[in-house]
Design a protein around this ligand. Structure first.
Ligand code: TXA
Ligand code: MG
Length: 335
């Protein structure tokens, strides 16, 4: 039987959220919508419950989880320090798509943080997620609700497709609004470091914090606590994915021909309309927020259509596109 339950995304029904809260207290797994992507949640204070997340996702134990809390007051008991930068960022962006990495207290089980001395915290801006945190009165460890390295889910159906009945309940609150994962910023050192770009851009963080480091420059320095997702192929569809430059269409025609000659199916995410023999072209919006919202959903649907090769037209440069560029690069990484 499907564990999927419809919840009103704006006014979540208390009895349904209470049912999910009871599952968390009993050590079970609850998939729930946030404003970014769906999360796979467990009681963050219960190592056995958190272990189930790693099992179901087939997530390597070295990759730490994000802990979701209701508000700053619920974050404080989990950290040893609450620096001025955290206060400023919390004021500016919580609830919202920002995750802060801070020195952890021992009450946070090591399995949550993959043995690191820091914990990643976020207050999600979604009524269903907030209701679950409020009613359960628990910090909830939740990575994206997909198998490790695969596409993140932006609908409850994506969760069901990926994890099926290995989850105790899936709260279906419809499609998520932002569509890509939160910005992750590390506040454990002397200077803040951007670990994962997201909808909240580096420029927005800088406007609150002053200078912040970009990871490429500091990769050696932060390697021991670097988000492992930054190095691996990640957020990837089943099909192999290639980014292409519309100036060099000749190469693209070759790829399409070769793929189709061996019986493959070619899909594409396009900003321009081209005269190419694609089986499944998807027009994408030339607006970064709309593009982000549709990105994973479009890749999921190309997977569902059986595409073996996905071509993605190069996106514009610039800060507003940085997070999308990051996800596209990682999804198209080989191996
Ligand atoms: O939008 C999101 O952030 C979604 C929703 C569900 O909240 N969650 C999400 O979680 O994307 P996940 O587990 O897929 O990504 C968490 C990222 C990983 O890159 C992980 O390595 C990093 O955060 N991370 C977690 N704890 C960390 C820590 N203590 N130090 C450095 N990076 C950490
Ligand atoms: Mg993930």
């Amino acid at each position: 039987m499907s564990p999927l339950i419809h919840v009103d995304p704006l006014h979540p029904q208390v009895e349904l959220i209470s049912q999910a809260a009871r599952i968390l207290h009993a050590g079970g797994l609850v998939a729930f919508p946030t404003e970014t992507v769906y999360g796979l949640g467990a009681n963050a204070l219960e190592a056995n419950a958190v272990e189930k997340i790693f099992k179901v996702k087939r997530r390597p134990s070295y990759n730490p989880l994000i802990v979701h809390v209701n508000d700053v007051a619920a974050a404080l008991p989990l950290v040893r320090r609450w620096p001025a930068d955290a206060e400023k960022l919390g004021d500016a962006f919580w609830p919202g798509p920002l995750t802060m990495v801070l020195p952890k207290r021992k009450e946070v089980p090591n399995i949550v943080t993959a043995g690191l001395d820091s914990v990643a915290l976020r207050v999600p801006a979604h009524p269903v997620a907030l209701a679950l945190l409020e009613l359960s009165k628990l910090p909830v460890a939740a990575p994206s609700a997909n198998r490790s390295t695969q596409l993140s889910p932006t609908t409850a159906q994506h969760v069901e497709k990926s994890l099926g009945d290995e989850v105790d309940i899936i709260l279906d609150g419809g499609a998520t609004i932002l569509g890509i994962e939160s910005t992750v910023v590390d506040l454990t050192g002397n200077r803040p470091v951007l670990l994962r770009p997201g909808i909240i851009s580096c420029e927005e963080l800088q406007s609150i914090l002053g200078d912040i480091d970009v990871p490429e420059k500091t990769i050696q320095e932060i390697a021991p606590r670097l988000s492992p997702g930054m190095l691996d192929r990640h957020y990837a569809p089943h099909a192999s994915m290639v980014l292409f430059d519309p100036e060099k269409l000749g190469g693209v025609r070759d790829i399409i021909e070769k793929e189709q000659a061996k019986g493959g199916i070619v899909g594409a995410l396009l900003l321009t309309s081209f005269d190419l023999p694609l089986q499944h072209p998807i027009p994408m919006p030339l607006n970064p927020l709309s593009y982000a919202r549709l990105l994973y959903a479009s890749l999921h649907s190309l997977d569902d259509l059986g595409c073996t090769q996905i071509l993605v037209e190069k996106i514009p440069n610039g800060p507003a596109w940085a997070a999308i560029s990051d996800r596209l690069k990682r999804a198209s990484r080989q191996g």
